[in-house]
Design a protein around this ligand. Sequence first.
Ligand code: NIG
Length: 425
Amino acid sequence: MASTLITGISELWTLDPTLDDPETPHGVCDSQMLRSAALVIEDGVIAWTGAASDAPSADDRVDVGGRAVLPGWVDSHSHLVFDGDRAAEFEARMAGESYSAGGIGVTTEATRSASDEHLRALVRGRIAEATAGGTTTLETKTGYGLTVEHETQAAALLSALIAEGELDEATFLGAHLVPAEFDGRDGRPGAEDYVDLVSGEMLAAVAPHVRWIDVFCEEGAFDPAQSERVLRSGAAAGLGLRVHGNQLGRSGGVALATELGAASVDHVNHLASADIEALAATASRPTAAGERPGLLAVDSGPTVATVLPACDLSTRAPLAPARELLDAGAAVAIASNCNPGTSYTSSMSFCVTTAVLQMHLTLAEALFAATRGGALALRRTDVGHLGIGARADLHVLDATAAIHLAYRPGMPLTHQVWRSGVRSS
Ligand code: NIG
């Protein structure tokens, strides 16, 4: 077994779940961050962590020169399968236009005309960009195909990337927007007809490639009844549930997600206190083991409130109330929502910085939400921390302390990234 000892660590944020303090369920306690530390990687997983003075010997040794080491970011929400560009839409928004779901149609048109090879190259390039910024676990969605053929093409591309070890989680988002060709078809409202397709033939074709189903429950996309139909059919096919909810208004997405036991509801910009309470009430739902080590059952555990700080800035939306959610006891994740319409960045460091500076999270809370929070939203126990047995995914900062992420906003603070014990940058 090949082993590597990493030394010269000024701060080691293990976030080791075996040291969780029940008093701070979604935060970091002192024993989960070691100073003057070292760690050992063996066969791609963490084999030892502790004080540098107690470090055992190993086959190789890497000195990171007095830098802080975090678990790699876990980005639980992205839309990387797309072609085309919406810079003009963004520019108009910065000049005062507001965001609407309809822009998805522009990307759908461009994505449908892209070849398999071209889409694959685009997605791989975007994954490489995310990794270079410290992201080591990544979820991404279909949702810019919106026909059986194109959604299956996107899902097959994602499952191939997962099989090749480049990506971690794939989600079916056929219910992203009702495509233009469904308007008024057969004299029925287009949305109902399209919901039939998404929950029937499209789901059957896509389900073998994905672990999750998602729906955009929002004015201009799918109402709560339609969203429920999509989610229930996904659950019947064995998929875990995710919801885009309460982004543009109080859409009913949070109520639906908490009622149906979704793993995550994402955006959450418009919340009444009842929504915050409903999310907090799910925090005590127990998790159950999943189909293999490192995975939890998709239909167990809390509904995580996933906030998307870069999207909030890029759409000039009210910031999601992450502080209030944490104070109420809800589980919170931070994700990038990288997509061409509302958040064209995969920089989780930027999202963490924004969560600290603008959403009033402490650095420790933001780090936890962008690692362990994302892992919980994806029902994974093998990533998001550096406890013994975790995947050796390291984000080495070019700083002595992690607080530099917020103290030096926008600076290039990613020094090295390791995924499964292999250094990628
Ligand atoms: O998560 N809200 C829905 N989906 C994406 C935006 C998609 C787009 O506008 O292209 C999001 O923000």
